[in-house]
Design a protein around this ligand. Structure first.
Ligand code: NAD
Length: 254
């Protein structure tokens, strides 16, 4: 029996990387999954990959930072699933590295809109279904960048520190409801978001230097974050609430 047997899950940012790996893992562990991404082709490909593995995933295309679209995808997902047990608010953008004095308000607003307001909206419109049922697990993807400085990535780090606070304050707000909420703080993971880093290193022939800052001396893979998401989504984590967990090869503690 799978670890998410009978659970109904939404995964955002599921058209690539960590979200895709998590949607496929959740489905393979028995969950009914709705995968959401603003990249329609990406999220369809996730569903196609799952189908080849023998699992049906419903793919929806939506912008997780737009309240109308969040209301729409949560409504469609809950109607399809018949309820909601797991909400993985994972969609995010890096915003790139821009020198501090060249950063614009528009740049900050877009990074905060997608990375911080997006998870807030998913919680605002998703959590009531869980509160009604008296149980549920919400997981947000933060970052080690929300725990430590990341020069040039100021809005990204601020958005991810905000996600950690969102998780803590949401756990407090959901006092007594039975709904848990936690964050994962990935280190450097090889995904679409970090492709420029990996491609650049390949071009320079410095590929073996990537990830050397953490004690495991390698970057992580999406399935290694999905494994933590699976744990937090499952009843194995039934007493885990209001926390942010680094999954970073030891980067944040070294
Ligand atoms: P990715 O680019 O491979 O996947 C992110 C997905 O989110 C993409 O498919 C993208 O289309 C989608 N997305 C972006 N904006 C969206 C929006 N407004 N609405 C809906 N979907 C949207 O990158 P990833 O590394 O898998 O990123 C997943 C999460 O992990 C992000 O929140 C990211 O900040 C976080 N993270 C990644 C790393 C890393 O090293 N890759 C490290 C720490 C945290």
């Amino acid at each position: 029996m799978g670890r998410l047997e009978g659970k109904r899950a939404i995964v955002t940012g599921a058209g690539s990387g960590i979200g895709r790996a998590s949607a496929r893992l959740f489905a393979s562990e028995g969950a009914q999954v709705v995968a959401v991404d603003r990249n329609a082709a990406g999220v369809s490909e996730t569903a196609e990959l799952a189908r080849k593995e023998g699992f049906e995933i419903l793919a929806l295309s939506a912008d997780g930072g737009s309240e109308n679209e969040v209301v729409d995808f949560i409504g469609k997902a809950v109607a399809h699933l018949g309820g909601l047990d797991v909400l993985f608010a994972n969609a995010g953008i890096s915003g790139g590295l821009v020198p501090l004095f060249e950063q614009t308000v528009e740049h900050w607003q877009e990074v905060l809109r997608v990375n911080l307001i997006g998870p807030f909206l998913a919680i605002k419109h998703g959590a009531p279904h869980m509160v009604k049922a008296g149980a549920g697990s919400i997981i947000c993807t933060a970052s080690v960048a929300g725990l430590r400085a990341n020069a040039g990535g100021n809005p990204y780090s601020a958005s991810k520190a905000g996600v950690i606070s969102l998780v803590q304050t949401t756990a407090a707000s959901l006092y007594g409801t039975g709904v848990r909420v936690n964050a994962i703080c990935p280190g450097l993971i090889e995904t679409g978001m970090t492709k420029p880093i990996f491609d650049g290193a390949k071009e320079r022939g410095t590929e073996d230097k990537i990830g050397q800052l953490n004690p495991l001396r390698r970057p992580g893979q999406p399935h290694e974050i999905a494994a933590m998401a699976l744990f937090l989504a499952s009843d194995d984590a039934s007493y885990v609430n209001g926390q942010a967990f680094p999954v970073d090869g030891g980067l944040s503690s070294s």
